[in-house]
Design a protein around this ligand. Structure first.
Ligand SMILES: NC(=O)c1ccc[n+]([C@@H]2O[C@H](COP(=O)([O-])OP(=O)(O)OC[C@H]3O[C@@H](n4cnc5c(N)ncnc54)[C@H](O)[C@@H]3O)[C@@H](O)[C@H]2O)c1
Length: 345
């Protein structure tokens, strides 16, 4: 018996992948969709293979007592108001990244969820990918020793060939290279290091290619992260590159290193002159149909059953990554001045 009825906000590209992933879990099903466009209930129900009621009025969907979870896949500038409204209607929340494009809006979401005692899941689904699950196991088993340096970088050219381009080029919804997509890399770096951030320094630039001219913000940034206790990390967010999608992961520790799907470990006595290869499904595509949403949503519904926050991608855990992102963007806007997390207002 499926337990959780989910209402989707926004019916675009991400929504399609979310609906399939939610329905594929053993605990939830999509029963409602709110869209700014008028949709046909019969057509949408037929397409997704179950009865779905559609709305053009969000308050009406939120008033449905049989709805337990709201999944927000609208434009980033709408996330905060919609998430706060969902929390006030006592619905648990699935929220696409970015949580929101300002720190205050992210704080409002966390506060509204806390006040209304609802739980959340932020779509930092890379944490649930096969590649990073295996990488986490390698770290946890001590094969790399104590990590003191990590680079996790996001290279994905988001040009006119990409559906999001029409709204992503604007500052209001795109935000920055980190907010629009590089956040996945920075968030993953923070997961691997597992240490609180002290301060960040960031610089940004923009490609000279006419393809990326419509962007109202710098589409490349590089951020140096200083962790409490002295560890360091680096995250490049590059959405104006002309190359294949590449999620670069290089972790360096006291017992060895990991580079994407290769590693060397003193603990395992592997040959330092050659990388040893791990078998993993790589994060090598920006297509939402390749994203590990199903594992993430299953974990969220399991956590709801257990009356606990979900592991890895709860609202509070993801908020910490967004604090670092806003500190990085502040640093880049101030020419690279190191910005401490504590000084964020
Ligand atoms: N986690 C990931 O890797 C990933 C990948 C793709 C998109 N996303 C995120 O998903 C969100 C949506 O992106 P997308 O690619 O699906 O964009 P999209 O343009 O395909 O879809 C956005 C949808 O929101 C709808 N919408 C517009 N105004 C609305 C309103 N007032 N209320 C509700 N819906 C409204 C639009 O009509 C559209 O259907 C963004 O936050 C984006 O960053 C995340």
């Amino acid at each position: 018996m499926k337990k959780y009825n989910v209402g989707i906000i926004g019916y675009g590209w991400a929504a399609g992948a979310h609906i399939d992933a939610i329905n594929a879990t053993d605990k939830a099903q999509v029963t409602a969709i709110y869209s700014s466009r008028k949709l046909d209930d019969a057509e949408v129900s037929k397409k997704h293979g179950m009865a779905i009621k559609t709305y053009t009025d969000l308050d009406k969907m939120l008033a449905d007592k049989d709805l337990h979870v709201v999944d927000i896949t609208s434009y980033p500038s709408q996330h905060s108001a919609q998430a706060v409204a969902a929390a006030n209607a006592k619905k648990h929340i699935i929220l696409e990244k970015p949580m929101a494009n300002t720190l205050q809006e992210c704080r409002d979401i966390v506060a509204a969820a806390e006040k209304n005692k609802v739980r959340g899941c932020v779509c930092f689904e890379c944490r649930w990918s096969n590649q990073f699950t295996v990488t986490n196991s390698v770290i946890k088993e001590g094969l790399l020793g104590d990590l003191h340096y990590a680079e996790v970088d996001y290279y994905h050219g988001i040009g006119p060939w990409y559906g999001q381009f029409r709204w992503n080029t604007g500052k209001k919804d795109g935000g920055s290279a980190l907010l629009t997509a590089g956040c996945h890399a920075l968030d993953s770096l923070l997961m691997f290091m597992g240490t609180e951030v002290e301060a960040v320094s960031s610089f940004s630039a923009k490609s000279k290619s006419s393809i990326f001219k419509p962007y109202e913000y710098d589409t490349t940034s590089v951020t140096i992260i200083h962790f409490k206790g002295g560890k360091v990390g680096k995250c490049a967010a590059v959405v104006d590159c002309l190359q294949p999608y590449y999620f670069h992961t290089h972790l360096v520790g006291s017992q060895g290193s990991l580079l994407d799907d290769r590693f060397h470990s003193m603990k395992l006595h592997t040959d330092k002159h050659h990388w040893s290869k791990l078998s993993m499904k790589m994060l090598d595509s920006g297509d939402v149909s390749d994203h590990p949403y199903q594992s993430q949503f299953q974990a969220f519904f399991d956590a709801l059953d257990a009356g606990k926050d979900m592991p890895l991608t709860s609202l509070k855990e993801s908020f910490k990554s967004f604090e670092v992102i806003f500190a990085a963007d502040k640093s880049a806007a101030e020419g690279g001045r190191p910005v401490r997390i504590e000084e964020l207002e």
